[in-house]
Design a protein. Structure first.
Length: 88
């Protein structure tokens, strides 16, 4: 998008697309947390399928990254902060 001055405006990263904007879902166990992740995806991205799933560790925190593929082939990354329930 162009500003009125003609300069390009930087867009903020989409929520859930970076470690800083990762989604923290309440859960008491890893099983419950994974179920909450999939429920979140189904609710917020209907028709999207899981392409891949990966784990990241950064600055003592644990993250689950889900690569989603949309009905039209578009790809999107959703990152969850799983620190509170990972391994429980």
């Amino acid at each position: 998008m162009l500003a009125s001055t003609g300069a390009a405006q930087a867009q903020a990263p989409a929520p859930r697309a970076t470690l800083a904007t990762a989604i923290a879902l309440p859960a008491r166990s890893e099983k419950e947390g994974v179920e909450a992740e999939y429920a979140y995806v189904q609710k917020n991205f209907p028709g999207w399928k899981l392409g891949s799933d990966g784990l990241l560790t950064d600055k003592g925190k644990e993250y689950d990254t889900l690569q989603l593929v949309g009905p039209n082939g578009a790809k999107k990354t959703v990152i969850f902060d799983i620190t509170d329930w990972f391994g429980k």
